[in-house]
Design a protein around this ligand. Structure first.
Ligand SMILES: [Zn+2]
Length: 286
């Protein structure tokens, strides 16, 4: 859990999830922010394991709040770091990320950087021993190299930040890619548990598909609101103006309309309006 300070000193509580996958060896999925590393270690110890068991760290994507603990974990047992090649440059060079996607205070909660030794792409797999395998799905939209992970033995689908959470800040930079990624998640056979970094809740059974549908519905609702903003303010509406319109309609706090959210609205304005629903026939899953 961390908090982002508003200009008047109030703070918006935020959180990032990390997952530990346990086989003969351990993998940590996303390292959150550097001050959270002791919590990850405490959890590993609660399993009766130690940092020396940590063989792999998988970054679902490059954003600093998912890689902030990389440097701390690198010091524990020299795990191998994995990410999609498209997000690798911003993991290995925090200055590059800071210039390309500035977020105030990002350096304060970052450790590292680290070298990404493993290029994890669509269909890539990591074997943790003991029959535990982690499969990678390339699910871009939130970032170009966003990964989702599936652990078939547990039926666990880890979606990182790709699945927008209704009612929260919408953060993605490519709308069609986001929708295609949600389609890919929906098609994963045997997904019985959904872990999204956008929420602390765990979805199970039928809820998995329902929540993916809800995330897609949120993207489509935002697109409709962006078109309304265009109708009211004219075709030259800026991403920030569209964002303020959408935030007001959704009841989101206007103070949270930060630069990285502006990219979401720029992404909507860059495309033709979405159809109201997915094409017929695309709803079958699992
Ligand atoms: Zn992110």
């Amino acid at each position: 859990m961390c908090a982002r300070a508003l200009p008047d000193g109030r703070r918006i509580p935020r959180f990032v999830t990390s997952c530990v996958i346990e086989g003969e060896r351990l993998a940590v999925v996303d390292t959150s922010v550097a001050p959270a590393a002791p919590k990850i270690l405490a959890y590993i110890e609660s399993l009766g394991r130690g940092p020396e068991d940590l063989a792999h760290v998988i970054n679902t994507h490059c954003h600093f709040d998912h890689i902030g603990g990389n440097g701390v974990l690198a010091g524990w047992a020299r795990p191998r770091f994995h990410a999609h090649p498209l997000d690798r440059p911003w993991i290995e060079d925090l200055g590059l990320q800071e210039r390309g996607r500035p977020v105030p205070g990002m350096r304060k909660i970052s450790s590292g950087p680290v070298k990404v030794g493993g290029a994890l792409e669509e269909g890539g797999e990591i074997d943790l021993g003991g029959g535990v395998r982690v499969q990678a799905l390339h699910t871009p939209g939130h970032s170009p190299g966003s990964l989702s992970l599936f652990v078939p033995g547990d039926g666990a689908l880890i979606s990182g930040d790709v699945l927008p959470e209704p009612g929260t800040l919408p953060i993605y930079e490519d709308v069609p890619a986001t929708l295609a990624s949600l389609e890919k998640l929906r098609a994963v056979k045997g997904a019985e548990v959904l872990l999204s970094a956008m929420s602390k809740k765990v979805w199970r059974g039928r809820e998995v598909g329902e929540h993916i549908d809800a995330g897609e519905g949120y993207v489509r609702r935002i697109d409709r609101l962006v078109r309304q903003a265009q109708g009211e303010k004219g075709a030259g509406v800026t991403p920030e103006e569209a964002g303020r319109f959408v935030f007001a309609a959704l009841g989101l706090p206007s103070e949270a309309m930060i630069a990285i959210v502006g990219r979401t609205f720029a992404a909507h304005l860059a495309i033709a309006p979405l159809a109201e629903e997915r094409p017929a026939g695309s709803r079958e899953r699992r």
